[in-house]
Design a protein around this ligand. Structure first.
Ligand code: FUL
Length: 627
């Protein structure tokens, strides 16, 4: 059992094998804090601040702290939602780009101390830290380096302020597992009243390695995110997908592009693994009009496969609402996703298999180690044997569709390419079912359908050093429960099925309501659109998704006029203005009327004051209901 085929023959050889030394590490290696981070696999982001109350994604920095007023904040509810979704930690936006601090810091007036929340005596960071500890999950913080409120942003005094903020957060809230520094940095903002654009050279301005050292001096196990010199890198997109493969190594001497972040660099000289981030909704903050756009448990499972399954960690953002709670439909999706994941990985079906290998390094490194559920025991081979094979003879009836492989990353990433083969009838007729690069901390392979072979084997096809495989596990997936219509429905938007275009400056305007962000309505400027709501409604405003294709020569509409009518004859102008930062950021735009109005029809006019020759391009429009 587990002994090598031709090994352990003579006492002399057996003695040599038992005392065989561990293989030498190969290539870049993770630090202890990175090794601990790799084991966390899935955790939550929480975006919650003044933006939650202004319905924005990026605050300008001039928001009144009095706006921050959750009516029923409950950190334990948010922790419970995270745990339902199998998320083992929370990274909280202690300060987003608008500069508002969720903790009562003496360093600025722009903080929760000056909000109505608990009469200015509240501390949201502490409530999260305590709830995480009570719930047995880890806690970390996001601190935006960009601060659109601070008068000194861009000058040396702001760096002192930023470090002092870090000092407070790293010394007053217990152990942190992660400190997140956002790459979005510099642009227009309030800046203490200057209301101007400030650009910085981030590397020179922050001196990131010294900030990373500063964090580690206070929080030795906290992994810092993103800038060069940090423990973790960005995966290069916010869609929740890592490259296949996504090497945990990078090249310290080369400039770093987004696509390097996606795939990593095989053989790179530094261990700088990717964290894969995405939000459970389209935005990072809560918007009532996204209540129907919560990612389904199936989508979350796909994100899990394409992040954790590719040796990265998954950070899934949750968006507490104005009460200060994760909304019901998000909890339903998280629970269905988490339940399916827990059930799928509950039982390793390979535990009763018999493992044998084409070579073993000795008894300490025998093939059976891949079945013992221990991360520090592993199968390895003599140094020169870099393309061995490990076979599992399965108990009859073993049916599975998930394969999980793990390397002992303390010894580096050793396997470059591997295959998995199945012998369905046990007659030596092997079929290759997987052929991939990279195992790393964890590789999960989901088969299109369950199989029930007699034997399965791992073949190392390419490697610069002998393998160190800690796990070869098999599971049978459990599909997430289907959510009911009630669990996913919302009241924040008018029913799109009732909306009718009655006049438009260009054809095909119906595709604005097709729910498909990839279809686009083009019109020359000024464009206009009259929509019949199907019946008299109370409405609170509208939202607009601009086209996302940056390579297209058209432009999102920079200006709008919004009118309503109760009879299609008399019109009232309700709002007009500029969409903030639409041309550069292409975020969803939301226009809220001061108070809800009755209407049967709405008319939108889109202007492009700067360049009338370019076509305007819009993907989606919704009419907001009062909430
Ligand atoms: C981005 C930010 O600009 C978003 O607002 C959000 O915080 C996301 C996680 O990172 O760069």
């Amino acid at each position: 059992m587990g002994g090598g085929v031709a090994l352990a023959a003579t006492p002399l050889r057996a003695a040599r094998m038992t005392s065989a030394k561990a293989p030498a590490p190969w290539g870049a290696l993770p630090s202890p804090r990175q090794r601990a981070w790799h084991r966390r696999e899935t955790y939550a982001f929480v975006h919650f601040t003044v933006n939650t109350f202004t319905d924005k994604e990026w605050g300008y920095g001039d928001e009144n702290p009095a706006l921050f007023n959750p009516t029923d904040f409950n950190a334990d509810q948010i922790v419970a939602a995270a745990k339902a979704g199998n998320l083992h930690g929370i990274v909280l936006t202690a300060k987003h780009h608008d500069g508002f601090c969720l903790w009562p810091t003496p360093l600025t007036e722009h903080c929760v101390r000056n909000s109505p929340y608990k009469d200015g005596k509240g501390d949201i960071v502490r409530e999260f830290a305590d709830a995480c500890r009570r719930g047995g999950i880890a806690f970390g913080i996001y601190l935006s380096p960009w601060d659109r409120n601070h008068a000194e942003y861009g000058r040396p005094a702001y760096i002192e302020y930023f470090r002092a903020q870090l000092n407070e957060l790293c010394t007053q809230y217990g152990t942190l597992f992660e400190v997140w520094f956002d790459g979005a940095n510099g642009g227009d903002g309030y800046y203490g009243g200057a209301r101007e654009t400030r650009k910085i050279d981030a590397e020179a301005y922050y001196q990131w390695p010294s900030i990373v050292d500063y964090v580690h001096s206070m929080q030795p196990m906290a992994c810092t995110f993103e800038p060069r010199g940090a423990d973790l890198r960005w995966v290069g997109n916010e869609g929740g997908v890592a490259g296949d493969p996504c090497w945990p190594t990078m090249d310290s001497k080369k400039a770093y592009t987004q696509s390097d972040g996606f795939g990593g660099i095989r053989g790179g000289d530094i261990w700088w693994p990717a964290e894969t981030n995405t939000s459970i909704r389209p935005g990072w903050f809560y918007h009532a009009d996204e209540d129907t756009r919560v990612k389904s448990p199936e989508t979350l499972t796909k994100i899990f496969d394409e992040s954790v399954g590719r040796s990265t960690n998954m950070i899934l953002n949750l968006t507490p609402d104005r009460r200060g709670r994760v909304p019901d439909q998000d909890v339903a999706s998280l629970t269905a996703f988490g339940d399916a994941l827990r059930a799928s990985f509950a039982k390793d079906l390979a535990r009763n298999a018999v493992a044998h290998a084409s070579a073993e390094r000795g008894r300490l490194f025998r093939a059976a180690n891949v079945l013992d559920g221990q991360r520090d025991t592993y199968w390895s081979t003599p140094d020169e044997d870099v393309m061995p094979m490990l076979t599992l003879d399965l108990a009859p009836g073993t049916q599975f569709d998930l394969i999980r492989l793990r390397e002992n990353i303390a010894l580096g990433v050793r396997v470059t390419r591997f295959a998995v083969d199945a012998d369905m009838a046990g007659d030596g007729n092997w079929q290759e079912i997987v052929n991939k690069q990279l195992i790393g901390s964890q590789r999960i392979l989901r088969l299109a359908q369950p199989i029930m072979p007699r034997r399965i084997r791992l073949r190392i096809l390419e490697a610069p050093a002998c393998p160190a495989i800690t796990e070869f596990a098999l599971f049978k997936s459990v599909a997430p429960r289907l959510l009911t219509a009630e669990e996913t429905s919302s009241v924040a938007l008018l029913d799109r099925a009732l909306l009718k275009v009655v006049a438009a400056s260009a054809p095909r305007a119906e595709i604005l309501f097709d729910g498909d962000g990839l279809t686009t309505w083009f019109t020359s400027a000024p464009g206009s659109l009259t929509i019949d709501l199907g019946r008299r409604e109370r409405i609170a405003g509208f939202s607009l998704v601009p086209m996302q294709d940056w390579s297209h020569p058209s432009t999102p509409p920079p200006h709008y006029v919004f009118e309503t009518s109760e009879d299609g004859v008399t019109w009232e102008r309700r709002s007009a203005g500029e969409f903030s930062n639409i041309v550069n950021s292409r975020q969803t735009q939301r226009v809220h009327l001061g108070q809800a109005v009755a209407a049967r029809q709405v008319r939108l006019t889109f202007l492009n004051k700067s360049d009338d020759r370019r076509q305007l391009a819009i993907s989606e429009i919704d009419i907001l209901a009062p909430f």
